[in-house]
Design a protein around this ligand. Sequence first.
Ligand SMILES: [Zn+2]
Length: 309
Amino acid sequence: MPELPEVETIRRGLKPIVGRRIQSAEFGLPRLILGAKAAELTRRLQGQLIKAVLRRGKYLILELDKDSLVFHLGMTGQLTFAPAHAKEDTRFLRTVTGLQKAVGVHPVDAHTHAILHLDNGGRMQFRDPRTFGKILFIAGEDWKSHPRLSKLGDEPLDLKIESFLAKNYPSDSKRSIKALLLDQSFLAGVGNIYADEALFLSGIHPKKLVSSVKPAERTCLLEAVKTVLRDGIRNQGTTFSDYRKPDGSSGKNFERLKVYGRGGQPCRDCKTVLIKTVIAQRGTVFCPECQPLSAGKKRAISKTVDKVH
Ligand SMILES: [Zn+2]
């Protein structure tokens, strides 16, 4: 599922559409559209200028001169840009999950649910095989106060950690710390991949109760969140199966992950076998040595063992 680094990478890759006008728009699957009927949306978008491409949490926003068009990629959504006369790439690549995926800009197919044709002959395509994605039309420029977007928590990369925690950390909560990280009204943009990675980096067990995470650990965790998100952006996102950059190619962050997708394999730090379980209704991978549930002693021991070998 695309999270903050993947959506940010897509946003950066869509720069060529900024300053272009939408010549025409096609929408194939009406149930993905919220806020307008497909025919009305097609009419309304025609001729509008794309002023900016922005990101808020996992949402990608096209700011137009009259309205806003917001995309949520769900599980398998892809936004690609094809310049005028671009050659479609029909070569296929075997991914880590064994699925066959296109390498370049995908040809328009049964999974292409929206196309924006631009005034310079380029086109932006929204493709989503599992159709959990959404296209949200917001009349007017004020997308920030739309109910779906106004309830989002702070952007993790921008926040000042101490004041954020003082204001927003629910110290009495008996939820798991992993559930809190996934809560979009706490922090916007963190999902399963980067939550597991940040918890590993800060040495915190994902099942630990929010109330029992100590203040120093909270700071450490938020610093880890920033680190894993920045690394994810630097590597242009994590491609596990469907995520693609706007040019159709894969991100490079998967190979760098410490725990996500690595259940049953040895911990990169201490060689203990990583455990895969379900926490907060999501598949979760952690290291029982580096992320102890109670005392922090085990981690120190495992580091000593590492030195001996
Ligand atoms: Zn470990």
